[in-house]
Design a protein around this ligand. Structure first.
Ligand SMILES: *Cc1c(COP(=O)(O)O)cnc(C)c1O
Length: 397
């Protein structure tokens, strides 16, 4: 015992002998997004146990903050301990049973990913495709609901691979007329674009902590309507993944008025940071937050126009643009990779490239939360202008 000269099979790595150093970057792509110092500071507070009264109190505060952000009175509103993808997986795996039909709107990357997950959970998937940058209409949704009688309709509020905004009003009552539930991915929009869970009769809505809420990545806030819970209670078999099962997880979050149970060890550090992000979020009224995002996006559109570099927006109809994220078409003579590298290496500003079907075709500028302000918009416009006019050639990097 204790022979510290014993030869190890793997030596302590030299790379870990120096302390961690990181540059500061302005994260202005599709997320994650910079967090307020108050949020980062909360992440440095002491670790607490997952059932400690202080932890439970923080969870209750997070729940209230999320009910505000989602505009819902749903008792089953909580955080999954995972990235936004987990929100997608939990929504689908709780609602769907093998053999169910899921109608999934596809107009970019995210619908395909949801379709992949729904298929893995045994559903029969029907894709409701629209051209890139264009949302699904109520008429097209009704046709699909009437024809396929699905268990659910899946919509993405902000399709972040194109920056298109899917209108949601009217879809909830429509789904309910056909006995379907409406599941909404609001990862790239919640907190920046208006969303009314109760008013619009949305059944399951999830988001990610790292986008407009400006908290660190790693948590997926989610809410289930009473109608969704009824459906989940009526399942023949429980959700096939214990970790996602909201009937069990809801007991950890105190959603059903029963004693709390240990479901998993919560990432308390992330909870503390999200609690502070939600506190900042709630201190500005939600309507003021939405207005600030809309104003910032408009300032960006106007500024892009004024640059005169032939930059046009990917989403043509102004009603279908999300204020949180703006996709700009890459002009024919411009090499997108060298522009993005110039922005990050010369200016420390991360702008996003395309994603999935838009790879190489667009720039994506995120104005999530802290970045939705006139000064930051003007800054990113200057960075984009310089990076297009004076790009560092990629071979020099
Ligand atoms: C970012 C994003 C996700 C995935 O979030 P992760 O935290 O990366 O898993 C899902 N949907 C949309 C629309 C997104 O923009």
């Amino acid at each position: 015992m204790g022979d510290n000269r014993e030869r190890l099979d793997v030596a302590a790595p030299a790379s870990l002998r120096t302390p961690l150093r990181l540059p500061h970057k302005a994260l202005m792509g599709a997320g994650p997004v910079n967090a307020d110092p108050r949020v980062l500071l909360a992440g440095s507070l002491p670790i607490l146990g997952h059932m400690h009264p202080e932890t439970i109190a923080v969870m209750d505060e997070i729940k209230e903050g999320l009910q505000y952000a989602f505009q819902t009175k749903n008792p089953v509103t909580l955080c999954l301990s995972c990235a936004g993808h987990g929100g997608m997986e939990a929504s689908l795996s709780n609602v769907l049973e093998p053999g169910d039909v899921a109608v999934i709107a596809v107009s970019g990357l995210w619908g395909h990913r949801a379709a992949d997950m729904a298929t893995r959970h045994g559903a029969r998937v029907v894709l409701l495709e629209t051209p890139l940058g264009q949302p699904v209409s109520l008429e097209a949704a009704e046709e699909a609901l009437a024809k396929h009688r699905p268990r659910l309709l899946f919509l993405v509020q902000c399709e972040s691979s194109t920056s298109a905004l899917q209108p949601l009003e009217g879809f909830g009552p429509l789904c309910h007329r056909y006995g379907a539930l409406l599941v909404v991915d609001a990862v790239a929009s919640l907190g920046g674009a208006p969303l009314w869970t109760d008013r619009w009769e949305l059944d399951v809505v999830y988001t990610g902590s790292q986008k407009a809420l400006n908290a660190p990545p790693g948590l997926a806030p989610i809410t289930f309507s009473p109608r969704a819970m009824q459906r989940i209670e009526a399942r023949k078999k429980p959700c096939s993944v214990y970790y996602w099962d909201v009937r069990v997880l809801g007991d950890y979050w105190g959603c059903f008025g029963r004693p709390r149970i240990y479901h998993h060890t919560c990432p308390i550090t992330l909870f503390l940071a999200l609690r502070e992000a939600l506190a900042i979020f709630a201190s500005e009224s939600l309507t003021a937050t939405w207005r600030r995002h809309a104003d910032a996006a408009q300032r960006l559109y106007d500024g892009l126009d004024r640059l005169g570099l032939g930059l046009s927006l990917f989403v043509e109809d102004p009603r279908h643009r999300t204020p949180t994220l703006t996709a700009v078409k890459v002009p024919p003579s411009v090499d997108p990779a060298s522009v993005l590298r110039t922005a990050i290496s010369r200016h420390g500003v991360e702008i996003g490239g395309g994603l999935g079907p838009t790879a190489g075709r667009i720039f994506r500028i995120g104005l999530f939360g802290v970045h939705a302000n006139p000064m930051t918009v003007d800054m990113v416009l200057r960075v984009l202008e310089d990076s297009i006019k004076n790009p560092i050639s990629v071979s020099k990097l």
